[in-house]
Design a protein around this ligand. Structure first.
Ligand code: HAM
Length: 423
């Protein structure tokens, strides 16, 4: 075969679009209930946004960005967005939204791009549904966004998902913890995997959630973040747990949950579905109290999450929860003879105007081949127009399931079919 789609991308053909619509409809419904408004930001941004926003030492920035020249200024590049939090904050600042409202609640659905090794559940173009709340440091809001993820999963009937929460501290307490980790891992540096050897001085917290068995073994006994949080972070984390417990959330505290993006402060969380294997995180998020300032805005505490829609669909499929595809009842007009073709054409047009799915075969084929066509497209009703019927001012309506037929006056066909289809 000649040209193929890029590695790690998918063609979504009509047979799966129904599943996407199903998921997106539920997402929009829940966003309305929780008071989130939709935003759509560009699919590419200045590269500097992600360098500053996500962090230069992260895997996403170091290995996974698709960057290309802007074509305007030499040296200046754009990058296909690898995530949408940095873009949302850029839009929040650029549009001075902070001056217009004290609390901003946004959601988005759209494609993101990461140049990673494709595998089941990991794509180079994937889709996220995400939410961002800007303007509050209340731990109840962190709990609320976690509850929102869980309610959505619950709406789908999903089971066996695990909620993991952690606190990754803040610029007050993390530097000292970082130093402790470096001191702990330094003597074992040579045994760490090549990635973690690089992370040791740049991002030692990431060693804690390395998936390599050797690194896992080497990190046994590493200093724990919870013993190194400042009072404010510690209190915030206690409060978050209080709210989660009050809402009967079955969560696990995972001190090794370190998210792959640098902007997180305090709360970090993930919702995982273990059968998805190494790509088990269906949703992840947390608090990012410093990001708005990092991008030159006013101090604005914020929290959010994003969910991978492909992973959500994989999870729904594994649990047999994808909806049955339903097809709108359709009408096929069989027209025999020149005059019938013209009347049939007008009738199909009237049916379209009434938002009824209707078609005809304009090639003037035989009755048999037109009925075959009607069967092929699963038409529920067929309207038969022959020159003889027309001469009598009549048409035949046939129910294709029961094979019952009725003859109606041509002037009544539209009303009769409309009432049959719409019930
Ligand atoms: P993230 O953990 O990088 O967080 O991505 C969130 C979710 O996107 C993951 O849990 C996963 O379901 C999905 N995902 C990520 N990469 C891929 C991929 N290559 N293929 C398929 N699915 C993928 C963020 O992006 C943050 N912006 C979330 C956030 C919002 N934090 C605060 N606000």
């Amino acid at each position: 075969m000649g040209i193929q789609k890029p590695r790690g991308t998918q063609d979504l053909l009509p047979n799966v679009i129904g599943n996407w619509r199903y998921v997106e409809d539920k997402i929009r419904r829940i966003c309305a209930a929780y008071g989130f408004d939709e935003i759509r930001t560009p699919m590419f941004e200045e590269t500097g946004l992600f360098l500053r926003g996500i962090g230069e030492t992260t895997d996403v920035v170091q290995k996974e960005m698709y960057s290309f020249p802007t074509g305007d200024k030499k040296e200046q590049t754009y990058t296909l967005r690898p995530e949408n939090t940095a873009s949302a904050v850029r839009a929040y600042l650029e549009n001075k939204v902070y001056g217009q409202e004290s609390l901003t609640k946004w959601f988005y659905i759209g494609p993101m791009f990461r140049h990673d090794k494709p595998q089941a559940g990991r794509y180079r173009q994937f889709h996220q549904f995400g939410v961002e709340v800007l303007g509050t440091q209340a731990p109840a809001t962190d709990a609320e966004v976690i509850l929102m993820v869980l309610q959505l999963f619950n709406d789908f009937g999903l089971q066996d998902l695990s909620v993991q929460v952690n606190s990754v501290g803040c610029p007050n307490c993390r530097p000292a913890y970082r130093e402790k980790l470096i001191a702990f891992f330094e003597p074992k540096k040579d045994q760490l995997c090549p990635d973690c050897q690089e992370r040791l001085y740049k991002n030692p917290l990431r060693i804690l959630d390395c998936k390599e068995e050797t690194c896992k073994a080497l990190s046994v006994g590493a200093p724990e973040i919870h013993e190194n949080l400042c009072q404010e972070c510690s209190d915030h984390f206690d409060q978050l747990q209080k709210f989660l417990t009050a809402a009967n959330v079955n969560y696990v505290v995972n001190p090794r949950l370190v998210r792959g993006l640098d902007y997180y402060t305090k709360t970090a969380f993930e919702v995982q579905y273990a059968p998805l294997g190494s790509q088990s995180a269906v949703a992840g998020g947390g608090r990012y109290d410093g990001l708005v300032e990092e991008l030159d805005g006013p101090h604005t505490p914020a929290v959010g999450f994003a969910m991978g829609i492909e992973r959500l669909l994989l999870t729904l499929e594994k649990q047999g929860l994808l909806p049955e595809t339903t097809v709108d009842p359709s009408v096929f007009v069989v027209a025999l003879g020149d005059a019938a073709q013209v009347e049939g054409f007008k009738l199909v047009n009237d049916l379209h105007k009434a938002y009824i799915k209707a078609a005809m075969d304009g090639d003037g084929k035989s009755m048999k081949s037109q009925l075959k066509h009607a069967n092929k497209i699963n038409a529920k009703y067929v309207i038969i127009l022959g020159d003889d019927e027309l001469a009598r001012g009549e048409a035949i309506i046939r129910d294709m399931e029961s094979s019952e037929q009725e003859t109606v006056a041509f002037t009544d066909v539209l009303a009769r079919v409309t009432s049959l289809v719409k019930g």
